[in-house]
Write a new protein. Sequence first.
Length: 124
Amino acid sequence: MVGGVARRESDGAVLMARRPPGGRHGGLWEFPGGKVEAGETDEQALARELLEELGAVAEVGALIAVGQDERIELWCYAVRLLGEPQALDHDALCWVSPDDLRALPSPPADQPTIDALAHPHRRV
């Protein structure tokens, strides 16, 4: 699995997406992204997923952190969105200060990336 960490240039806020209720991790806030399909690189998969989920073209940058839970491994990358994101797959989007990310209920696999953003000088 891959996730994208988009930062707003004006204030450094991070884009978070809320999963719709009812499914796995319903109501939790996550870094948008998804599955890597056969034959795709992480970067190709993330660009495809962000176009599908947010309706925005993405430039994929450096790896930020890797997290996991009992079912998945999540590789989160810095991304630059070209265009305004829309909640096409999620029920809400919000921009959050890195200092406030921990206040949002999030899946366990997202926690290492949240920690890396909250403490950018500490190695995670």
